[in-house]
Design a protein around this ligand. Structure first.
Ligand SMILES: Cc1cc2nc3c(=O)[nH]c(=O)nc-3n(C[C@H](O)[C@H](O)[C@H](O)COP(=O)(O)OP(=O)(O)OC[C@H]3O[C@@H](n4cnc5c(N)ncnc54)[C@H](O)[C@@H]3O)c2cc1C
Length: 458
């Protein structure tokens, strides 16, 4: 068959869902059945659940950045860039490459898997002063930033400056925020022994959330157990509280407290990638409304998965329930959507996505963890073994598995290290600088761009 006439499958985003989909397509489709193209700003898949361990230095950044070019069946064309709009009528995806060129990519089938961005609110000073915990750069930056606070506090003669540099605030009591606070507190706790001039009692970590409970998915008993571990470690947990105002040197809580700090880490939830809004299609709380087969109603060949899509949660059996934004679902949806794309190509029926949640694992650093695999409640070392075993097994490549295991062993034997690399010292790295949420087009701009650009590439 002439390769020019092959149907074109375009996958947007190389996260859990996108890579799951591409790998399955490479395995199950003959090369002459369709061409597969992937749009992604980075050349790796980021294993996000282990990001807090990069921030605390237990893992090196490379160990959770899984190369996209390592699969033996690898044959996908990768476009280095980000999709900034999709014209469903013209079947064109508008892409901004990493060199800032705008290109149009024509498709016959599109799988949207751009994930999510940090959810922010209209809180004065928030996006200018808070750090996020969604990208590898943010994790590496936060690590350097936290260590630099210890260095600067150690060098300072000003008690006020010392106090503010040694207080840290994490907002968001989900697993991302709880693990971030727990892992970084461990880092400062071990590091301070190397700073004889610093009073360890001045180091204070705050974990706050507007909800009345930490990680409600854990249930009453385990949630309390996690909170107990944090309290024992000196992390001040405040529930029913959020941020009223954020400044460069202090943060005001909604209960009126003013905390002097130079470190505000914001992990209070996620929203679907702004790419979804460029489609002008129906959404459910910002996520693209798709069927259980993960396709967009009324648009044959358009699919969406992962954090960006509102996929009905059929295993829950409740009317209107949608899958939570977790790696567990994204990975499996990616594989199933690949099967459905192939089924459509071959004129076969599609299958719905059904997956019963396997539970939750929360690594609090060291020997501390809480896990609820298949409803069994665990804490301490058994929970830690399950948490690490789960993540280790879920890493896609053997190289990543080896790197992560080696790092864990090294950390267990040699302890934490407190090197501040300084690579990003003068780079802006706050929420507004990290997620490029302002680079997307409006649906009207997409249409105008596609119509004005003449025939698209493909
Ligand atoms: C700190 C942290 C800890 C977590 N811990 C857990 C956990 O323990 N268990 C769990 O199940 N889940 C966890 N999650 C959630 C989980 O990581 C997400 O639900 C999962 O990554 C969603 O997969 P996805 O493929 O939809 O998106 P992602 O994995 O985020 O991938 C999206 C990809 O698309 C790319 N992209 C974004 N925009 C564009 C664009 N416009 N064009 C092209 N590419 C684009 C991104 O660079 C990224 O590579 C955690 C998340 C965080 C942040």
């Amino acid at each position: 068959m002439d390769i020019v006439t092959r149907p074109r499958i375009l996958v947007v985003g190389a996260g859990f869902a996108g890579v799951g989909c591409v790998r399955r397509l490479e395995r199950r489709l003959a090369p002459d059945e369709a061409s597969v193209t992937l749009v992604t700003p980075y050349s790796y898949q980021l294993y996000l659940p282990l990001l807090p361990q990069v921030a605390s230095g237990v893992l090196t950044p490379q160990s959770i950045a899984l190369s996209l070019r390592r699969s033996r069946k690898y044959r996908t064309r990768i476009i280095p860039g980000g999709a900034i709009g999709v014209d469903l009528k013209a079947k064109v995806c508008v892409i901004r490459t990493i060199t800032d060129e705008i290109v149009n990519e024509q498709y016959d089938y599109i799988v949207l898997a751009p994930g999510s961005v940090t959810r922010t609110f209209d809180i004065p000073g928030l996006v200018d002063n808070a750090f996020g915990m969604k990208t590898l750069a943010e994790a590496a930056y936060i690590r350097d930033h936290v260590i630099s606070q210890l260095d600067l506090a150690d060098a300072s003669h000003d008690p006020g400056e010392r106090t503010s540099r040694l207080q840290f605030v994490v907002v968001g009591g989900g697993y991302a925020g709880t693990e971030t606070a727990a892992c970084l507190q461990r880092l400062t706790h071990s590091a301070v022994k190397r700073y004889p001039r610093l009073d360890p009692r001045l180091i204070r970590w705050h974990l706050i959330d507007i909800a009345p409970k930490l990680m409600p998915e854990l249930g009453e008993k385990l949630g309390r157990s996690a909170q107990e571990v944090l309290r024992r470690r000196g992390i001040e947990v405040s529930l029913g509280v959020s941020i009223k105002q954020a400044g460069p040197h202090e943060v005001t809580f909604t209960d009126g407290r003013v905390v002097p700090t130079r470190t505000l880490i914001w992990t209070a939830g996620v929203v679907a990638s702004p790419l979804i809004a460029t489609l002008g299609a129906e959404t459910v709380r910002g996520r693209l409304a798709v069927t259980a087969e993960m396709n967009l109603p009324g648009n044959d060949g358009v699919f969406a998965v992962g954090d960006a899509a509102a996929v009905p949660d059929q295993a829950k059996g409740e009317e209107g329930a949608i899958c939570p934004p977790t790696a567990q679902h994204a990975m499996r949806q990616g594989k199933r959507v690949a099967d459905n794309v192939i089924a459509t190509l071959r004129n076969q029926p599609m299958q719905p996505y059904v997956h019963k949640d396997l539970g939750l694992v929360v690594d609090l650093g060291g020997r501390d963890a809480v896990s609820k695999p298949l409803g069994v409640e665990l804490h301490g070392l058994p929970a830690q073994a399950v948490a690490r075993g789960y993540h280790w097994g879920a890493l896609r490549t053997n190289v990543a598995k080896t790197r992560v295991m080696t790092n864990w062993l090294l950390n267990a034997v040699a302890g934490d290290d407190f090197v501040r690399t300084g690579f990003q010292a003068r780079r802006p790295a706050k929420l507004k600088d990290s997620e490029y949420t302002d680079s997307y087009l409006t649906p009207e701009q997409v249409r105008a761009h596609v119509e004005g650009a003449g025939p698209a590439q493909g």
